[in-house]
Design a protein around this ligand. Structure first.
Ligand SMILES: [Zn+2]
Ligand SMILES: [Zn+2]
Length: 294
């Protein structure tokens, strides 16, 4: 699983940071989380072909998270995008995309999914869950959850004279089997490998759902617009401080924290990093084009 930060700024772009966009590559899926202005150019710089995209998931309809969409759709049209692009977002996403798609003469295949809290994508290998945050318009955070896998213990199966066989598929599906009159228990014959969880907390003030989203995540990517001396402002405009994001990570048993959606007042993000690291050591501040493998 690879995560690429294509934009890490809040509200307005800076010379170093573009507006919010994160690409998650997993298996054959390339999912873009939020679509800040200029995302197609960021993809060009990062040498990512936009036609590889399979889905776009929009957290909320504020312009700094959506204005990249018309350019991106136009780019897909120009590059003869053949797939069906699945676009997810809160109520209103349908109208926005319909308006933007008007520019390209409806020539791309797409499907809109208006989201509410709950599972929004359920595939065999992964699922994505949306959980409502507390922002000044409807906004969601997301859990990307890789499905658990079962690794077969071939040594154990040797005792039963069982080697490669289509019946092993049933063990992989978590079912016990009977082989030549012997019952083979799935828990003995396989090892359960827990799937990874990536949590995304987008624009929000501190709320209980932040911890819910972050719970036991291998990686939490959280907005961190301000530092703690501006916590009144953060609360007023419904954003998080670095301290709050780090506390969420700490209390939710997160393994690694990456902060993004950084206000343009923090040039290199040092203040953000220092404040968060005081509370949660395994923290990084995202930079545009940063890549993380999980
Ligand atoms: Zn924002
Ligand atoms: Zn916002």
């Amino acid at each position: 699983m690879k995560i690429q930060f294509l934009g890490t700024s809040a509200m307005q772009p800076t010379k170093e940071r573009n507006l919010s966009s994160i690409l998650l590559n997993y298996d054959s899926e390339n999912i873009l989380f939020d679509c800040g202005e200029g995302v197609q150019r960021q993809m060009k710089i990062a040498k990512i072909k936009p036609t590889r995209l399979t889905r776009v998931i929009i957290s909320h309809l504020h312009p700094d998270h959506t204005i990249g969409l018309p350019g991106l759709l136009y780019n897909l049209y120009a590059n003869e995008y053949k797939k069906t692009l699945h676009i997810y977002g809160p109520k209103g996403i349908r109208e926005i995309v319909r308006f933007f798609i008007g520019f390209v003469g409806k020539k791309i295949k797409y499907e809109i999914h208006e989201i509410i809290s709950g599972t929004i994508i359920k595939e065999k290998k992964f699922s994505v869950k949306a959980i409502k945050l507390d922002h000044d318009i409807e906004c969601y955070g997301f859990e990307f959850i890789e499905s658990d896998k079962r690794k077969i213990n071939l040594n154990y199966l040797k005792k039963f004279g069982l080697k490669q066989n289509p019946i092993l598929k049933r063990l992989q599906e978590g079912k016990s089997i009977t082989w030549k009159g012997n019952k083979i228990e799935v828990d003995k014959a396989t090892k359960l490998i827990k799937g990874k969880k990536i949590a995304f907390i987008w624009d929000t003030k501190l709320c209980n759902n932040c911890r819910k989203i972050a719970k036991d995540a291998d990686l939490l990517i959280s907005e961190s617009t301000f530092i703690d001396n501006l916590k009144q402002k953060a609360s007023k405009y419904k954003h998080l401080t670095a301290k709050q994001a780090a506390e969420i990570a700490k209390k939710s048993n997160v393994k690694k924290l990456i902060l993004t959606h950084i206000s343009s007042r923090y040039k290199d993000g040092k203040e953000i990093l220092k404040e968060a690291k005081n509370i949660f050591k395994n923290t990084k501040v995202a930079k545009d084009f940063m890549e993380v493998e999980i």
